[in-house]
Design a protein around this ligand. Structure first.
Ligand code: ARG
Length: 588
């Protein structure tokens, strides 16, 4: 379906043309004086110079041509030459009727679906998820859902940190604690046990312990590096042990991401490209892209127009070891081969922006990607506490994601049980659903690149620009619809009518923005635009609701029309929630 602004602009363009002016002057925009009119067109002002005429004269001529318009109720020329526009109720009603019968509420799917890989999540194996990983997961999941809804083929890849120094640290510490483990016996040729020799809690305790000790003890660190080397060079026992670390860790990660309603199509890690690195390195050398500098293999990535320093991209360290960017480049190579993406989007902490710029330049220069492959970096800001500093626990430590979720669930449960009498079980279930909306909406409603303050009181409030407010609004609609059904009637979308009140028209005009809002959220990779749209819609609905006695209406056709409008509003709100990765309960 065409966007409502397009339809209105077409009507206006035809009027400009009929009056003898350039069609393109007829572009219509939202009114910046909603107290005076709904829409406006400044084409007469813009055309004044070209036609050497006073703008008001042009505007008056255009208005004349709109006398029997089916679109405009009122088209008014006002000094010095603005066109103030108000739509006909029938036009708005019929747009909404079409919208409610269209598959995606008027959104046109991409004509040429792109293949897109989104790299998000990025947790590190054997380390507990902390709040820093929260944003990548929440934002990436939403970006993925929006792109899919628009009609693209999207693959979400978690890109686990599973191959570097932390692995060696864990193995080395395990070797000290349990030297008898068969994995460390390099003469062993039999099968390895299928049961892991540790639990997730042990793993999570070992890593920080080993990491701390390696900073204080040079020999310890060296032993750990030797373990990393053994793992990477394929020593059987170390590989087998590593497989256990991955399996135990991934099981735990899956559980945590599930709680966040986040899921990945690919669970590839840095390790997945290990065997591709030698080939990539020779390709870069043979192509004349990479050269040795101070013993290390590097690719220059600076460009003439640079205003800041871009250090060369290091492919191999002087000891021949691969780095973070070596795996990222090899991963690009693998994705180009396997997924053939038109576009790669990385959802990573914005402090890595310089790093990604280097990687992207290097990938382009060495032709790992095609000329028209798009490489996009969506860098997000920090989640801060109320003190404006990076979010911490009360004790000042790094907040584990699990605990953060627990805290917000408990807060929500308190609010829900304070409110009304429901069974304990239902309250706990509902609290979880509402808490997830609080957490996700609190994050997503900010532009991703900005830092934001995690404020549990504000996020869990049922009032204001919050997730719970949107859920509450949706549940309110559901409850009206349930009562309507209890009275023996069935909602029918065909019952939609032209609006009869200002608040109803306002709600419809807001609904009509759905396609344009989602399209721009996709184009700008901006989930916060979906949030802003939903908030406007919820406000428009609540305004309508407070001014309209829906169920008490005696005119059955009118009532049925409103019910159909409620169905559409609920569906659009729930679609938006799904794009953000949360949902509404049936009641709360
Ligand atoms: N594991 C990394 C970290 O915790 C994030 C990975 C981001 N993605 C990537 N392709 N480099 O910082």
């Amino acid at each position: 379906m065409k966007k409502i602004l397009e339809l209105i602009s077409e009507e206006m363009k035809s009027a400009f043309e009929a009056a003898g002016y350039d069609r393109e002057l007829g572009k219509v925009t939202f009114s910046n004086r909603p107290d005076l009119c709904e829409f406006q067109c400044n084409g007469a002002m813009a055309g004044a110079k070209q036609y050497k005429k006073a703008p008001i004269m042009i505007a008056n001529e255009v208005v004349e041509k709109l006398a029997d318009s089916n679109v405009f109720e009122k088209a008014e020329a006002v000094a010095p030459g603005f066109l103030n526009l108000t739509l006909k109720n029938e036009f708005v009603g019929s747009y909404i009727a079409d919208m409610s019968e269209s598959a995606k509420y008027g959104l046109e799917e991409a004509k040429n679906p792109l293949s897109i890989v989104i790299d998000y999540g990025g947790p590190n194996v054997a380390k507990p998820l902390h709040v820093g990983h929260l944003r990548s997961a929440i934002i990436g999941e939403s970006v993925k859902r929006i792109a899919r809804y628009v009609g693209h083929n999207v693959i979400g890849d978690i890109h686990l940190g599973d191959w570097g120094q932390p692995m060696g640290l864990i193995m080395n510490e395990l070797k000290i604690r349990k030297p008898e483990l068969v994995y460390f016996d390099e003469s062993y040729t039999g099968e390895y046990p299928t049961e892991p020799p540790f639990t997730i809690s042990e793993l999570e305790e070992i890593y920080p312990f080993a990491s701390k000790r390696s900073k204080e003890d040079a020999e310890y660190k060296e032993n750990a590096m030797a373990c990393t080397f053994k793992l990477q060079s394929g020593v059987r026992g170390y590989r087998a042990l590593w497989n256990h670390i991955i399996a135990v860790s991934v099981t735990d990660l899956k559980k945590n991401y599930e709680k966040l309603n986040v899921d990945f199509d690919l669970w590839n890690g840095e390790s997945a490209v290990h065997d591709l690195i030698p080939g990539m390195v020779s390709y870069m050398k043979e192509g004349g892209y990479a050269y040795i500098s101070d013993g290390a293999l590097v690719v220059d990535v600076k460009e003439e127009t640079d205003t800041k320093e871009y250090p060369p991209c290091m492919i191999l360290k002087s000891d021949g070891a691969a780095l973070y960017n070596t795996t990222d480049l090899a991963t690009i190579m693998m994705r180009m081969e396997e997924n053939k993406p038109d576009e790669l989007i990385y959802v990573v902490d914005k402090r890595q922006d310089l790093y990604f710029e280097q990687v992207f330049r290097c990938a382009r220069k060495t032709k790992l990607v095609k000329e028209d492959t798009k490489l996009k970096f969506l860098g997000f800001g920090t989640m801060n506490g109320k003190d404006g500093k990076p979010f911490k626990t009360r004790e000042g430590g790094v907040m584990r994601l699990e605990n953060l979720i627990k805290e917000i669930n408990e807060e929500m449960l308190k609010k829900i049980t304070d409110n009304r009498e429901i069974s304990e079980e239902e309250a706990a279930e509902t609290a979880k659903i509402v808490a997830l909306s609080a957490l996700k909406y609190g994050d997503l409603s900010n532009q991703a690149s900005k830092d934001y303050i995690f404020d549990i009181d504000r996020f869990t409030s049922f009032e204001g620009d919050t997730g719970p407010y949107l859920l509450y609004t949706t549940v309110r609609i559901k409850s009206i619809l349930a009562k309507y059904k209890e009275s023996g009637c069935e909602p029918d979308v065909k019952a939609l009518q032209a609006p009869v009140s200002a608040s109803e028209k306002e709600l419809m005009l807001c609904l009509a923005q759905f396609n344009a809002s989602i399209e721009s959220a996709y184009e700008e990779i901006a989930p916060h635009k979906v949030c802003a749209y939903m908030y406007d819609l919820a406000n428009a609905f609540n305004h309508f609701y407070h001014e309209t006695k829906i169920l008490a209406e005696e005119d059955a056709a009118k009532k049925a029309g409103w019910i159909a409008l409620l169905v559409l509003t609920r569906d659009v709100l729930e679609t938006c929630m799904d794009l953000l990765g949360f949902s509404a309960p049936e009641r709360m």
